[in-house]
Design a binder for this molecule. Structure first.
Ligand code: SF4
Ligand code: SF4
Ligand code: SF4
Length: 253
């Protein structure tokens, strides 16, 4: 039931992408910075950082317009991906992009104003032929990368938004704030590894069960592993890091 609801939500989000595209756009942030304007997309990215403190990467499974495209692509390429390698690419792109935005603000003489509707005067992002070209280019980019790399390939490789969510997630951990998590119960686990196969983020979920919890910012809290586990070894829960007893020290990647 939860998965059906989630899939309906992300499908609606995908349909709304022609309206919301500019609020997620890396270019609109740059254009705003060149004019000393904090644009709607920068405001949303700041919100995503705060969201990540409490809900980690849940945005990626429950809100993002690209979630539906990524998930339906699993039917085309279901391969596990090299998360560590793709993460290096993603963070390299992010550092260049974020550095460019900061430089543009400096060249513009600092922040001169805030305009949530910067480059989105009609509130609808795709409102001219050239915007249609950008819209289809973004969809094609995400689709082709995901189809060629594997599960959520574009999310792992190029997403400029994920670092805001993971940044918030890590800050929440450092501050020991209660966060939404996937709770595990090793006693109930039959080690069937169904959860490993179903995880769209290529996480070794069964190892996480052994370790005490899913200890990675890659978990988007989709809940597919919970639904797939016939033993009830996985569930949603809200916990801070100090209340989690690790059976084994693991590295959060
Ligand atoms: S990684 Fe980026 S594109 Fe993928 S679902 Fe998350 S926010 Fe959306
Ligand atoms: S699906 Fe459930 S029982 Fe099977 S390995 Fe995963 S947590 Fe354990
Ligand atoms: S570990 Fe479970 S909740 Fe997290 S991304 Fe994988 S399937 Fe989704």
């Amino acid at each position: 039931m939860k998965q059906k609801t989630r899939k309906i939500i992300i499908f609606i989000s995908f349909l709304l992408f022609p309206i919301t595209m500019n609020f997620l756009s890396p270019y609109v942030s740059i254009d705003g910075a060149m004019n000393g304007i904090i644009s709607g997309s920068l405001i949303l990215f700041a919100f995503m950082f705060i969201f990540g403190i409490f809900f980690g990467r849940a945005w990626c499974a429950w809100v993002c317009p690209m979630a539906a495209l990524s998930e339906y692509s699993v039917g085309i390429n279901n391969k596990k991906v090299n998360v560590k390698l793709l993460k290096i690419i993603r963070y390299s792109i992010f550092i260049l992009w974020a550095g460019f935005i900061i430089a543009m603000f400096v060249f513009a003489g600092g922040v001169k104003g805030v305009n949530p509707l910067h480059l989105t005067d009609n509130f609808i992002s795709v409102d001219s032929p050239v915007k249609y070209i950008i819209y289809y280019f973004v969809l094609l980019l995400f689709a082709v990368l995901t189809w060629s790399i594997g599960k959520r390939g574009a999310c792992h490789a190029v997403c400029w938004m994920a670092p805001f969510l993971t940044g918030g997630y890590h800050l929440g951990r450092i501050l020991k704030i209660p966060q939404l998590r996937i709770k595990t119960d090793n006693e109930k686990c039959a080690n069937c590894k169904t959860c490993d196969k179903i995880c769209q983020m290529s996480i070794n979920v069964s190892q996480g069960v052994k370790d005490g919890y899913i200890n990675t910012s890659d978990c988007i809290l989709c809940g597919q592993c919970i639904e797939a586990c016939g033993k009830g070894a996985l569930s949603y829960g809200i916990k801070s890091i100090k209340n989690i007893e690790l059976n084994k020290k693991t590295l959060d990647i």
